[in-house]
Design a protein. Structure first.
Length: 551
């Protein structure tokens, strides 16, 4: 039974690739028979989606046809889905990146027409992330801003949008639990199928036994045919003896009188013809019986084998289709859950939580901590409305997030009011603080662009102090429901003091950090600076990154 189960799994795997081609052929057949324009639109979308896994160019062409059908029928939701599918097809082809954003814009426009908020959020996030890959942070921010303005066009606040997001996440959790129940039901069906497979195995044994019986019967018939053949040979011998006897009688006829000879000849010919007729009849009867037995045995064996293979094929195909559909749903929900978890925790910590249910606290000997804080935040906040204040903070912090995404070894820790905290070196590999210092310079450059834009509009702007220090920290996850990843240690306190003694627009670093990056950046020594509860500390301003290093 165990080996038969493994055989079933191998057979299902071998049919999976054939299943994709079969699915495409079934959709093409249904498309050829479709009677309404709506049916053709839906079937073309499904056909493009099936081709997307094996032929991106075919998916592109057919997806465009589905898009045109949806636009003609003013089915904006389907048009958005088709445009997104075409963008995915272009994304899988070489040297066609310039078409991806055009089709994402089409998908966004159609989603807005359909008032499909989920599609608007998905396409907006996709376009913004593409802009971040190109290091076009302004376009990425503007894309997110347009999406936010659309979602809040009916007067919803940030908290209401967040509440809607929480409700959506709760719905996803419910759907995930429903999928788990479906998975359990599928496993129950698999167990039933295995039971049916065992029954098929038993029936196969019975069929083999029946086949053996048929083979035995065929052998018996062959033996009977051999016996009949021997009988025919005996008849042939009798015929030969009869012919010899006839020749002897013919010789005797010549010795008899002519009249008696004629009478005896006529009688002998009649006997010879009767005997020949009997011999032909017996020979034909034996040949007919032989052909009949052989044909009956062959037909019986072929019929039984055909029934067995057809029943096994139907069962395997049904199992393969069910497993493929459920696995796609489970994989989609798992990817969505993993993405939400990775937005909160570093990838190694998220993996440990998923595997063990908890994350062990770790100590890192050479982590680098960055603090930023806005100058005169309270005074500027009094000049802005609450919505304007939140919008400006969101713009700055999103810009910081976009910059950190370009450096995989930097983890965002948290925001506290107008303060922003991140760190690098939170892994088991030895690392230098070069990337976090480069990120700090890019943060100040981003804020300088925002400052010039706000000055042009005659509005107040934010300027930030940034401080960086390197040393040992302890990192871990705290909390149960709304858990958070955080770091602790004297290094964190020292980094906060270094930031407090910085100036707006500058990146201030400690001597420990300076010793690790002094050959990669141009720095200005500030001397010993008094830090609260730390005494005098040597500090440096980072001016710029060195493009060449002299010997």
């Amino acid at each position: 039974m165990k080996y038969f189960g493994w055989l079933l799994v191998l057979l299902l795997t071998s049919f999976s690739l054939q299943g994709q081609t079969a699915e495409i052929e079934e959709i093409k057949a249904a498309l050829a028979e479709a009677e309404s324009a709506r049916e053709r639109m839906v079937l073309r979308y499904e056909l493009a989606e099936a081709y997307l896994r094996i032929d991106a160019e075919q998916a592109e062409d057919i997806g465009k046809q589905a898009y045109s059908d949806a636009v003609d029928q003013r089915n904006y939701a389907m048009a958005a889905q088709a445009a997104l599918l075409v963008a995915n097809a272009y994304d899988r082809q070489r040297n066609k990146d310039r078409y991806v954003d055009n089709w994402l814009k089409s998908a966004l426009a159609q989603a807005k027409q359909a008032n499909d908020l989920d599609m608007v959020m998905r396409v907006t996030d996709r376009r913004a992330r593409n802009a971040v890959k190109e290091r076009d942070y302004r376009t990425a921010y503007q894309t997110y801003q347009e999406g936010y303005e659309y979602l809040s066009r009916d007067g919803r606040s940030v908290s209401q949008i967040q509440a809607a997001f929480e409700a959506r996440r709760a719905q996803i959790e419910r759907e995930k639990r429903a999928l788990q129940r479906e998975k359990d039901e599928l496993e129950f069906q698999i167990r039933n199928l295995r039971s049916e497979s065992a029954q098929l195995h038993q029936e196969k044994g019975q069929l083999e036994q029946r086949t053996a019986q048929l083979n035995e019967a065929v052998q018996q018939k062959q033996d009977e045919v051999a016996l009949k053949t021997e009988e025919l040979e005996l008849v042939a011998e009798e015929k030969a003896r009869a012919e010899a006897k006839a020749r002897e009688r013919a010789r005797q006829v010549h010795e008899l009188s002519e009249a008696n000879a004629k009478a005896l000849l006529i009688q002998q010919q009649a006997e010879n013809e009767a005997m020949a007729a009997r011999l032909r009849a017996q020979e034909l009867e034996a040949q007919a019986k032989l052909q009949l037995y052989t044909a009956a045995g062959a037909v019986s064996i072929l019929l039984l084998l055909s029934l067995l293979f057809y029943s096994r094929f139907r069962a395997k195909r049904k199992v393969a289709q069910t497993l493929e559909q459920q696995n796609r749903l489970i994989e989609a929900e798992r990817e969505r859950s993993d993405e939400l978890l990775l937005n909160i925790l570093p990838a190694p910590i998220a993996a440990e939580l998923k595997e063990k249910g908890k994350a062990q606290a770790r100590q890192y000997r050479e982590a680098t901590v960055l603090f930023s804080d806005f100058k005169n935040f309270t005074a500027i906040a009094e000049q802005l409305t609450p919505d304007e204040l939140v919008q400006e903070l969101d713009k700055c912090f999103k810009g910081f997030d976009f910059i950190l995404e370009q450096y995989p070894d930097i983890e965002k820790i948290k925001t506290i009011g107008d303060a922003y905290m991140c760190a690098s070196g939170l892994n088991d590999r030895a690392s230098m603080p070069t990337s976090i210092v480069k990120a700090a310079l890019e943060m100040q450059a981003f804020l300088e662009e925002q400052k010039q834009e706000r000055q042009r509009l005659g509005k107040p702007y934010f300027e930030a102090r940034i401080g960086i220090h390197t040393g040992p920290v302890v990192a871990g996850v705290v909390g149960v429901k709304k858990f958070a990843y955080d770091i602790w240690g004297d290094t964190v306190n020292t980094a906060a003091r270094v930031e407090a003694n910085s100036v707006p627009g500058k990146v201030n670093i400690s001597e420990t950090t300076y010793n690790k990056i002094k050959y990669s950046f141009e720095c200005t020594y500030r001397g010993k600076v008094e830090a609260k509860n730390k005494g005098l500390l040597d500090m440096y301003f980072v001016e710029r990154e060195l493009t060449t290093v002299s010997a």
